[in-house]
Design a protein around this ligand. Structure first.
Ligand code: OFO
Length: 165
């Protein structure tokens, strides 16, 4: 049986995963609109992944006898200065989620709620991988010249990239 405080925090995380899914779906739309097909595909996959993260929390709450509560979420940012600006914002979003997951894992450990602690380990690993992939995309920007087809190369790279592998 989860404590009410744990339930509240898991619900909060569930809604944060929704936020990430919406942010990435909107980013996918912006990329598509600007002709970045690879990046658009990458962010669409990222958005589906975030929905899957949300569903896992939804199932965990249900399976532990608690009704998940969906909150209202803010509309995501629609416009971006550049592809680089967009990737930087996505990386910042991942850093926020990593912090949240880590503090959630810490909280479950403090409560000696080992079942939730175990459940959260999957997210801890995901966040490590996602942070790494966004950082690697950002690093690529410093390797190419955006004025000479560099953005095209990055976009091609993103076409086959999956941030969760
Ligand atoms: Fe990108 O993160 Fe969900 O958990």
């Amino acid at each position: 049986m989860l404590t009410q405080e744990m339930v509240n925090k898991l619900n909060e995380q569930l809604n944060l995963e929704f936020v990430s899914a919406n942010i990435y779906l909107q980013m996918s739309a912006w990329c598509n609109n600007k002709g970045f097909e690879g990046a658009s595909n990458f962010f669409k996959i990222q958005s589906s992944e975030e929905m899957y993260h949300m569903h896992r929390l939804f199932d965990y709450l249900n399976d532990t006898g608690t009704m998940p509560v969906l909150g209202s979420i803010d509309a995501p940012q629609v416009d971006f200065l550049s592809l680089l600006d967009l990737i930087k914002l996505a990386y910042e979003q991942e850093k926020i989620i990593t912090q949240k997951i880590n503090s959630l894992a810490h909280f479950s450990m403090m409560l000696k709620d080992y079942s939730t602690f175990y459940f959260l380990q999957w997210y801890v690993e995901k966040q490590y991988k996602e942070g790494k992939i966004f950082k690697s995309i950002l690093d690529k920007f410093s390797l190419v010249n955006p004025d000479f087809g560099g953005l095209f190369l990055i976009d091609q790279d993103l076409k086959t990239m999956n941030g969760n592998k």
